[in-house]
Design a protein around this ligand. Structure first.
Ligand code: DX5
Ligand code: ZN
Length: 222
C-alpha cells in the first residue's frame, strides 16, 4: 500500500511562501489549512491566497477547510484547481451532497472528523468520499500532541475500506512525527499530514523521506 506525506504550510513562513513550497517539492501533496476564526479559533487564508499557492506550488494541493458553512465555500476551492478538498463533517449541512459537488467539479472529496466525532456514520458512506481525515489533535493550531485515543477510528475505517474494495485514502493530521507516524500507519492510515515536524527540520526533504520510511516500515497489514 502506498504512503503519502503531505507537509502542512501552517508551519511555513507565510511571507516567503514560494520558497517554503519549494522546500517541500519532494512531498506527495501540500496540505493547505484554511481557517476562518469561527469553526476554529485561528485564522489563516482564503481563496485568493490558495489560488496563488496553487499557481506556484511544485506539488498539488490538499486543502483542509476548517471553516463554517463549507456547503457554500468548499466548491470554490475545487474550482481554483485544488487536487483534494476536505471539509469538516461537523460543519457541513449535507456532507454527501457537498462531496458529490466537489467530485463533479473535478476534485477529490474528503471529509474530516474532529477527535470527538464518531466515525460510524461514515463507514456506510465510504463510496461518497475519496478521503477520510481523522484529526489527531483538536483542529486550529500546529505543534500539538498526537492523540493516541483516536486510533480505533482508523482501525474501523481501514477494515471498512478493505471490505469495500474502494480506494479511499485515510489521512491523519496533527502531532505527526517519526514516532507517531508509525502508530497511525499501523492503525491503518496511509496519508500523513506533518507541519512542525517537516518545517522545523533542518532539511525538510530528508524529514519527508524519514517519515515515509517510518510509515512504510509499520504499515498496516491486511
Ligand atoms: C491543525 C492543522 C494541521 C497542522 C498540523 O489544525 O489542521 O494541519 O498544521 O500541524 P502539526 O503537524 O505541527 O501538528
Ligand atoms: Zn490540517
Amino acid at each position: 500500500m502506498p504512503v503519502r506525506v503531505n507537509p502542512s504550510i501552517l508551519s511555513a513562513d507565510f511571507v516567503n511562501m514560494q520558497s517554503e513550497l519549494d522546500r517541500i517539492a519532494t512531498a506527495d501533496l501540500v496540505h493547505v489549512d484554511v481557517m476562518d476564526n469561527h469553526f476554529v479559533p485561528n485564522l489563516t487564508f482564503g481563496p485568493q491566497m490558495v489560488e496563488r499557492i496553487q499557481a506556484v506550488s511544485p506539488v498539488p494541493l490538499d486543502v483542509h477547510l476548517m471553516i463554517d458553512d463549507p456547503d457554500r465555500w468548499a466548491p470554490g476551492y475545487a474550482e481554483l484547481g485544488a487536487y483534494s478538498v476536505t471539509f469538516h463533517a461537523e460543519a457541513a449541512a449535507d456532507a454527501v451532497a457537498l462531496a458529490r459537488r466537489l467530485r463533479q467539479i473535478g476534485a477529490r472529496a474528503g471529509v474530516a472528523l474532529k477527535p470527538g466525532t464518531p466515525v460510524e456514520p461514515y463507514l456506510e458512506l465510504l463510496a461518497e468520499f475519496d478521503q477520510v481525515l481523522v484529526m489527531t489533535v483538536e483542529p486550529g493550531f500546529g505543534g500539538q500532541k498526537f492523540m493516541h485515543e483516536v486510533m480505533p477510528k482508523l482501525t474501523a475505517l481501514r477494515e471498512a475500506v478493505s471490505r469495500s474494495g474502494l480506494d479511499v485514502w485515510l489521512q491523519v493530521d496533527g502531532g505527526v512525527t517519526e514516532e507517531t507516524i508509525a502508530i497511525a500507519s499501523e492503525a491503518g492510515a496511509d496519508t500523513f499530514v506533518a507541519g512542525s515536524s517537516v518545517y522545523n527540520a533542518g532539511d525538510p526533504a530528508e524529514q519527508i523521506k524519514a517519515l515515509r520510511a517510518a510509515a512504510l516500515a509499520s504499515q498496516h497489514r491486511h
